[in-house]
Design a binder for this molecule. Structure first.
Ligand code: TEU
Length: 529
């Protein structure tokens, strides 16, 4: 796998900076905290660290509302702190990725404040304005992803502005070349500071159809769908112009050596893979594949999806990638259950493609119930009738040890979100000491990836294991063949010749006899003899 790029070879680890490590003692994580934990990150065997937004922000959407694209928010530290983080990471061989939020700025951004001055403002066209409908109401039926209309009236000018998220997150007008130039400038600013890559927020929503027609209702939508879209969004997502802007964005990245971007895109595979572009016109390096999050946790369905997606990637010449969780989705251990946890973790780290891991998943963090009076996520606060809408439960502080505040913040400080009730047991320090812990299982998997290039660069091919609750596949490269056996169910399953060979790793640790049946919920990696 020597010729693979770092973003194909390695694992991306997502940090939600508010919740990783609070060095300043204000209950919110910060950059110096992350820098202090770099040795831990290196010990995990991951390649890159992606930081959710650290830019200047009023934090109404916790940083996804940027008021200055080239500044670090004082809550997180300073530019000097950031430079130190990048240097420290690079010294340990870790890449650093930032979260780039191009679709919308904060309403506090100087650009929007200028645009508010009136229709003649030089920045007016940097945002998306429409006159009211003839009856004075919103221009059309477009909805915000956080509930309510996607339009807010600016009383002074009598026009509405577009916001696909909060009213305090006005959509930038990507059709305006000045906007694009300014936003590309921000990318260059961070790349000059040594940033290796970007996760690009809602990249598939950049452009809107400029006829501003009403969206049709989405007949397939159900509450709880990962996109949260009751309208089809045929006019606000996946527009041809969006593809064109991404091609431009890619050229900006290619001005620098070895940089990458991963795009946040919630679309079906046939509309997702085009975001990788073609050999001649490349677009995003990795279009996030969120489908493992949305689908039922079922061996046959996961296999069918993996087959389809892998084949589609081969055909499109796109590098695959896999995700089980992020700061918008409930913790995967809570979704698949304690017993399914290691099966899921094994799947994520052995399928063909780049895995992205969410902080804390390596120690098996679960959703933390946050009582309504402590809810802070605007997605939850704006949709009190949708109980699962709050993203607070998956954003709670990292659990480092069994001291007060689990080592996330100094004793006596109140963290911005509550800690898990079992943080005194489920934490890094405890799991370091326990050979059989989730943390050490994660490390065993990342070590296997390093020792066996077939797990990284090898071809993928699934097998019929003879049971609906077993997913079996092999990864092959240069004569090495590794078989991954995943028992999603609670029954012992004899999988015959598929299990023949040396067991390199079992989620139950003890290797068992060669060819032994899979035990309930066992994940096993076997080297075919
Ligand atoms: O999320 C975009 C997105 O599609 C979300 O609406 C997602 O479906 C929802 O959070 C699920 O509950 C991105 C960021 O990841 C998110 O944190 C931001 O709030 C949002 O964009 C606005 O920037």
């Amino acid at each position: 796998a020597g010729e693979l790029k770092w973003w194909q070879r390695g694992i991306i680890y997502q940090i939600y900076p508010r919740s990783f490590q609070d060095a300043s003692g204000d209950g919110v994580g910060d950059l110096r905290g992350i820098t202090a934990r770099l040795p831990y990150l290196a010990s995990l065997g991951v390649e890159a660290v992606w930081l959710s937004p650290i830019f200047t922000s009023p934090m109404r959407d916790f940083g996804y509302d940027v008021a200055d694209y080239c500044g670090v928010d004082p809550l997180f530290g300073t530019l000097e702190d950031f430079d130190a983080l990048v240097q420290g990471a690079h010294r340990l061989g870790l890449k650093v990725m930032l979260d780039y939020v191009p679709n919308h700025s904060s309403s506090d951004h100087a650009w929007f404040q200028e645009a508010l001055k009136g229709k003649d403002s030089p920045k007016r066209d940097w945002y998306v304005w429409r006159d009211p409908a003839p009856d004075g109401s919103v221009p059309n039926n477009w909805k915000s992803f956080f509930g309510g209309p996607a339009w807010t009236l600016d009383e002074r000018s009598g026009q509405y502005y577009l916001h696909q998220f909060l009213p305090s997150q006005p959509d930038l007008n990507w059709r305006n070349p000045e906007v694009r130039a300014a936003m590309y400038g921000a990318l260059r600013f961070w790349m000059r500071r040594g940033v290796d890559g970007f996760r690009v927020d809602v990249i598939w929503l950049l452009a809107e159809d400029d006829r501003y027609l009403d969206e049709p209702e989405n007949p397939d939508w159900q509450p709880g769908m990962i996109e949260h879209a009751s309208l089809d969004h045929i006019y606000t997502q996946d527009q041809p112009e969006t593809h064109a802007y991404i091609r431009e964005m890619r050229q900006v990245l290619d001005e620098f050596e070895d940089r990458m971007m991963v795009g946040e895109i919630y679309l079906p595979v046939d509309r997702l893979l085009p975001y990788a572009g073609t050999k001649d016109t490349e677009m995003v390096h990795l279009p996030f594949n969120f489908h493992l999050i949305g689908m039922p946790w079922d061996a046959a369905q996961v296999r069918a999806f993996a087959d389809t997606y892998d084949a589609a990637c081969v055909l499109a010449g796109a590098w695959p990638n896999w995700v089980l969780g992020n700061h918008d989705q409930h913790r995967f251990k809570t979704r698949v259950g304690t017993q399914g946890y290691r099966v899921a973790q094994t799947l994520l780290l052995t399928l063909r493609g780049t895995p992205t891991v969410y902080y804390g998943d390596e120690i098996g963090m679960e959703n933390v119930p946050v009582p309504p009076e402590k809810m802070v996520d605007p997605a939850g606060l704006q949709q009190p009738d949708v109980p699962a809408a709050s993203r607070d439960p998956e954003r709670t502080p990292m659990q480092w040890d069994s001291t007060e505040n689990a080592g996330f913040a100094p004793a006596g400080v109140t963290p911005w979100l509550p800690l898990a009730a079992d943080a005194d047991q489920v934490n890094v320090a405890a799991q370091e000491k326990d050979e059989g812990s989730d943390l050490n299982y994660f490390r065993a998997l990342t070590r296997l990836r390093r020792e066996h290039p077939a797990l990284v660069g090898g071809e993928y091919h699934s097998h019929d294991a003879g049971y609906g609750d077993v997913f079996a596949f092999e990864r092959t490269l240069d004569g090495e063949r590794l078989t991954v056996l995943l028992n999603f169910g609670g029954e012992t399953r004899a999988v015959g010749a598929l299990a023949n060979g040396e067991t390199l790793l079992s989620s139950l640790w003890d290797a068992g006899a060669v060819g032994a049946p899979l035990r309930p919920f066992e994940a096993r990696i076997v080297r075919a003899g």
